[in-house]
Design a protein around this ligand. Structure first.
Ligand code: MN
Ligand code: MN
Length: 374
């Protein structure tokens, strides 16, 4: 009996002690340090400290996107190299080849020069943006020191055993992640950087109609403000007109102007993306690509190749997929039996299209994983 009472007393004392301790803790919290979100400086400092172990063996860090550079790749590389500089890291933006007409327009609006071409990444410190696929990257990347990846695609083939900054989000543009990082690290975005990032987000999200999140929308609103661009629609139409203009380019240059390679289960395939204004233009361009594809296929070391001619006007999403040869055609038809029409040249997708990042590559990955090459 006495032993039982003693146990109860001890239990009550323990409970009382816990309540006093907990009360003290909460009182201490409210009276003492501010909650995290009220202290933005603390959040910036924590974010900055989280990347301080970024191991830079060879200086500088080259910030570089994918081959056939698009506006998101080029503008994100420039803006992220600036971010690293502001944080005290030696970094330079680079590209894999000449910039396209749309990117050249955005760069000139921003008053920024195109970054230099990096021919060979071997032995260099590399921060990848907008991809993580060897087949899409600079020569020598297998022998480079990868210090970071910033991306909005699926996980590619790039590997490293070292610790790295690795940030990917299911979002409209890498440039939006760059914008978010400026906020997270507490850095100012100057007018030129805002113009670059705005152009990149508008380009990759097709003026906020493609793959897009509320974060991309907020980025566009804030970046337009910082860039001093009041008519975002006009800015988009101007850069989009450059994207649709293939004037002075050969059919093969057009095929490879936004071309990417992928590999699944040992099968390598390439997809060249093109944009046109309507279905008449799509049929004309598809015929040109059908003519250019055999030579283009012969020039690359891939097993399958496609051109994808897309219409993204007034909310429409239509894609014409042109296979390079019979094997590419047979694989495509097996992987994507739900096309709306095959006109002898193109597989046509009229209801929502077959976006390269959102549908084409995921579908090929699923199909090739389930049907390995013999
Ligand atoms: Mn890209
Ligand atoms: Mn992108």
């Amino acid at each position: 009996m006495r032993k039982g009472n003693k146990t109860i007393v001890v239990t009550l004392l323990v409970i009382a002690a816990c309540l006093i301790a907990a009360g003290g803790f909460f009182i201490g919290k409210t009276a003492g340090e501010k909650p995290l979100l009220e202290s933005r400086e603390r959040l910036y400092a924590l974010n900055r400290a989280s990347i301080e172990k970024m191991s830079i063996e060879e200086s500088p860090v080259y910030v570089i996107g994918h081959r056939s550079p698009d506006s998101d790749t080029v503008c994100s590389a420039i803006a992220y190299a600036r971010l690293l500089n502001l944080l005290g890291y030696p970094a330079e933006a680079a590209v894999n080849g000449p910039v396209n007409k749309e990117t050249a327009f955005i760069l000139s609006e921003a008053g920024v020069e195109a970054p230099p071409v990096l021919e060979d990444a071997a032995g260099k410190s590399i921060f990848l943006v907008d991809h993580s696929e060897y087949a899409q990257s600079t020569e020598g990347l297998e022998d480079a020191h990868i210090v970071g990846i910033l991306d909005h695609h699926g996980v590619g083939t790039v590997k490293t055993g070292y610790q790295l900054v690795y940030e990917a989000r299911p979002i409209g543009a890498t440039a939006t992640i760059v914008w978010l990082d400026y906020l997270n690290y507490g850095l100012d975005i100057d007018k030129a950087t805002a113009t670059l990032l705005l152009g990149a987000v508008l380009s990759d999200t097709v003026n906020l109609t493609g793959t897009v999140t509320e974060t991309d929308r907020q980025a566009v609103a804030e970046l337009a403000d910082l860039a001093g661009i009041t008519d975002v629609g006009a800015f988009y139409r101007a850069l989009h007109a450059e994207a649709l203009s293939y004037e002075g380019m050969s059919d093969e240059e057009i095929l490879f102007s936004d071309y990417k390679e992928y590999e699944t289960s040992g099968v390598k395939y390439g997809i060249g993306l093109l944009s046109v204004i309507d279905e008449d233009a799509a049929r004309t361009m598809a015929a040109r690509m059908k003519g250019a594809l055999p030579q283009g296929f012969a020039a690359k070391r891939v097993d399958l190749m496609y051109a994808s001619v897309g219409i993204r006007e007034n909310g429409q999403k239509i894609d014409y997929i042109i296979p390079a040869n019979e094997e590419s055609r047979a694989y495509f038809e097996a992987a994507f039996p739900n096309y709306d029409e095959y006109d002898g040249t193109s597989y046509i997708f009229r209801n929502g299209g077959l976006g390269r990042k959102s549908k084409f590559v995921p579908g090929m990955t699923d199909f090739l994983s389930a049907h390995p090459h013999e």
